[in-house]
Design a protein around this ligand. Structure first.
Ligand code: AMP
Ligand code: MG
Length: 406
């Protein structure tokens, strides 16, 4: 049995050893398909932003020097609205102003914007200004957010929500990203039926394939659903053979000590070189990792929570490594334990947890759940908490790692 950290190291070492320049080629995708993909180009600003001195309030563009004493009356000499700048001959002086809207370009001469709330309209071309302003109030100067040529997003960065608008704003309709590794997902078990079916007694629905599908997608890889293999050598052989044609094969179930757990036997028949098959992790002890030539192979424990945890700990880092992602995709964070928590002497626990803000900071505690098949318990949780193996308790207030699950 190996420690989780050692397992992750072995996975990443193998990924590095088997890395080839052509393994994960670059492809171009439309912006709408770029979420969670890994950038393979440096993205730079194609112009200053703002592109022009821009009003960030609705009101009147003024020269602040004209408002040393307020109230003060100004003559309105023009209008600048978003998308329609003031006419070229509009030149604001200390006793004139230009009506202006948020997002519009500042007219010549003006150096501040008075909010409309601080004015009183007297006539179509006259306004009373009720409050003075300082130079630069109510506007953003050209280029304060970004300068043309600035590097905004480096190659290797995982594209997250915050980046989508940035990419759009600098004109990236298509983006160079790592091609997604193809990940075959194979469920095993005579007891499994597909989701639309109604299981009879002794049967359950295949849920693992769908959790894994979501996890693979989130990690930036391409899930390939391989269905269900039954617990017999012939069916497992056929489906594992097809699965081995992908970059990564995930088999869930059939890797523990049961009489019909044949997955490791079939891996051996296909000359899968197994690097580890037991991890000091709870749940998820019977996690198998190896490779056949270029294909990375995982046997994930069948219970739904175990599968999800094992994927997060071992498969996700592998995918990010194959994609040449930098470290920015980490979802590992720390919070303080809300209640004293018992450790397991032999295995590190990675279990459903409740993370909440108590007014001063984030506190976390294990969620009530009925073990590694309890999907409803998992749904009531919003995190997985990591309780390192060891003796006794971890006191309330101690810092522990957690993984946000969204
Ligand atoms: P196994 O490792 O095959 O013995 O499976 C352990 C437990 O996980 C058993 O209770 C299985 O019924 C359950 N299980 C295995 N595969 C799946 C799956 N794809 N979806 C939901 N539960 C599963
Ligand atoms: Mg099984």
């Amino acid at each position: 049995m190996i420690a989780i950290e050692r397992g992750v190291e072995m996975v990443l070492e193998l990924a590095t050893k088997m890395a080839r320049p052509d393994r994960m080629p670059v492809e171009s995708v439309p912006l709408t398909e770029s979420m969670h993909r890994i950038l393979r180009e440096d993205v730079t600003a194609d112009s200053d932003s703002p592109r022009f001195d821009k009003a960030i309030r609705d009101g009147f563009a003024v020269r602040f020097e004209g408002l040393a004493e307020v109230p003060s009356e100004l003559r309105i000499i023009g209008e600048s609205r978003a998308g329609h700048s003031a006419s070229d001959d509009t030149n604001v002086t200390p006793d004139t102003c230009c009506e202006i809207m948020t997002g519009a370009a500042m007219p010549a001469g003006a150096n501040a914007v008075v909010m409309v709330e601080h004015t009183e309209r007297l006539a179509p071309d006259r306004v009373r200004i009720l409050r003075s302003v300082r130079k630069g109030d109510g506007l953003l100067r050209q280029g304060v957010e970004m300068r043309e040529g600035d590097r905004l997003l480096p190659s290797g960065k995982r594209i997250v929500l915050a980046d989508i608008g940035t990419l759009a704003s600098v004109g990236k309709a298509r983006i160079a990203v790592s091609k997604r590794p193809r990940v075959a997902i194979l469920a095993t078990g005579d007891e499994l039926v597909e989701v639309p079916e109604i299981p009879d007694s002794g049967h359950i629905r295949n849920s693992n394939s769908y959790s894994l599908h979501a996890q693979v997608t989130e990690a930036g890889a391409e899930p390939v659903m391989m269905g269900i293999a039954r617990d017999n050598l012939a069916d497992l052989r056929e489906k594992i053979r097809l699965g081995l044609e992908h970059d990564i094969l995930l088999v869930s179930g059939g890797v523990s000590m049961g009489k019909y757990d044949f997955v490791e036997d079939v891996f051996a028949e296909f000359n899968v070189k197994v690097l580890f098959d037991q991890v000091a992790m709870k749940p998820g002890k019977p996690t198998v990792f190896g490779h056949r030539e270029d294909t990375f192979v995982f046997g994930l424990p069948g219970n739904p929570v175990s599968t999800l945890v094992a994927f997060h700990m071992f498969v996700r880092p592998l995918i990010l490594s194959l994609l040449k992602a930098d470290g920015s995709g980490s979802t590992d964070l720390e919070a303080q334990l809300a209640v004293a928590t018992k450790r397991d002497p032999y295995r590190t626990a990675v279990v459903p947890a409740l993370l909440r803000f108590d007014g001063r900071g984030y506190r976390i505690q294990t969620a009530p759940w009925k073990g590694s098949s309890d999907l409803a318990g998992l749904s009531r949780a919003n995190a997985l908490v990591v309780i390192p193996q060891g003796d006794g308790m971890i006191d309330a207030g101690e810092w522990v790692r957690f993984i946000a699950i969204e």
